[in-house]
Write a protein that binds this ligand. Structure first.
Ligand code: CP3
Length: 349
């Protein structure tokens, strides 16, 4: 069932280790509120999660940015929090306030979650992946994704976003057995979810560990590196040939251990990672992706051009995928994305 012939899509060739000029590119959150057509679809759908669980609408918003820009990859439109929702921890998104969940902070809270209904709950997402795999242009790769167990756990324990992750870290240090059990459940559920996305047509996987950089080294090893290594090994053995990209945001110099110890095919760099360091220490080990500051895409003009060129010059001579260092923000002018696309596509080394 796995196609073992060399990939022809540019995004997949870069993940297989090829240096391409110009590099392939796509942008995190390339579908979203900066596009008027997204806001229009969202208004029709009602809530954000209604879009995620509606295959027709999720397919439509995934395709919207591809109609405007020449991206080399499409990313499934969904959210990392559909996994806790599928485990039985109801998730809601309040307008302008981000996600809200009833916090999981004790053994009995955790006992209320179950993996048994996972695939049934996520069936609409799998349907979206299947529809997309037929609808995207033949040169565009389809990326499936999930949140990393640590990042998803922070939302589950805090009950939403957080500044200091105090509840999650307290649980991690004071109730290590409960926290370990939660992380094991999440690692299994995330692996099951990603394998299903692959079986419905996802050609590569990206795992978002947005809050990895908040962990001290020993905990980073245990709760960012180890679960990711488990996921990479599982995908590699059960679905060989599907590349996996990790995004341990703000991990600083721990990016290097993350790459070496998880065995990822690609590493997504946040905007704080120094380019020359990444070229020297990370790029010889795997394909690098990144890392334009999303606010430069708001600023535009000469500063944007200079930021793009600096990244291309430093990372463009090895295996590389152009991207942002984090998701596009809603106030981004769509014409700045066009300017970026033109500049990256026009680069000749
Ligand atoms: O990249 C893409 O285009 C694919 C879709 C995607 C979304 N979320 C859509 C989304 C992906 C890959 C995500 C991942 C995600 N979700 C992460 C990890 C990456 C990151 O950005 O750090 C995290 C932490 C979440 C959780 C999440 N989802 C939060 C905290 C919020 C609220 C903040 C916000 O931006 O509104 C969301 C909502 C969300 N996820 C939106 C979109 C398009 C906005 C929802 C809306 O339309 O109102």
């Amino acid at each position: 069932m796995t196609d073992r012939s060399p990939p022809t899509k540019r995004y997949l060739r870069a993940l297989a280790g090829e240096t391409l000029t110009p590099p392939p590119f796509w942008l995190m959150r390339q579908a979203g509120r900066y596009l008027p057509e997204y806001r229009e679809t969202r208004t029709r759908a009602g809530s954000f999660l209604d879009v995620c669980y509606n295959p027709a609408l999720a397919t439509e918003v995934t395709l919207q940015p591809l109609r405007r820009y020449d991206f080399d990859a499409a990313i499934l439109f969904s959210d990392i929090l559909v996994v806790p929702d599928a485990l039985g921890q109801k998730v809601t998104f309040r307008e302008g306030e981000g996600p809200a969940l009833t916090p999981i902070r004790s053994a009995s809270d955790l006992n209320g979650l179950t993996i048994s209904g996972l695939h049934q709950h996520l069936a609409p997402v799998y349907e979206t992946v299947k529809t997309l795999s037929k609808a995207i242009p033949p040169t565009t790769a389809l990326i499936g994704f999930a949140g990393a167990p640590w990042t998803v756990a922070t939302y589950m324990v805090e009950g939403g976003g957080s500044k200091d992750f105090a509840h999650t870290k307290r649980l991690m240090w004071s109730e290590p057995e409960i926290f370990a059990r939660m992380m094991e459940l999440l690692t299994t559920a995330t692996g099951d979810y990603l394998i299903r996305q692959i079986d419905h047509g996802a050609e590569a996987i990206q795992v978002f560990d947005t809050w990895a950089g908040t962990l001290p080294e020993d905990q980073f090893e245990r709760w960012a590196i180890a679960p990711m290594r488990t996921l990479v090994e599982r995908i590699r053995s059960e679905r060989p040939g599907i590349p996996v990209v990790g995004f341990p945001r703000q991990a600083g110099i721990l990016y290097e251990r993350y790459v070496t110890e998880t065995g990822v095919d690609g590493i997504s760099l946040d905007s704080s990672v120094p380019l020359a360091w990444a070229a020297e220490r990370l790029q010889p080990k795997c394909t690098v992706q990144g890392n334009l500051d999303p606010i430069l895409l708001v600023a535009g003009g000469a500063a944007l051009d200079a930021g793009i060129d600096h990244i291309l010059r430093t990372l463009g001579h090895g295996p590389f995928i152009f991207n942002l260092g984090h998701g596009i923000v809603p106030q981004t002018p769509p014409e700045n994305v066009a300017r970026l696309a033109e500049r990256v596509k026009g680069w000749r080394g």
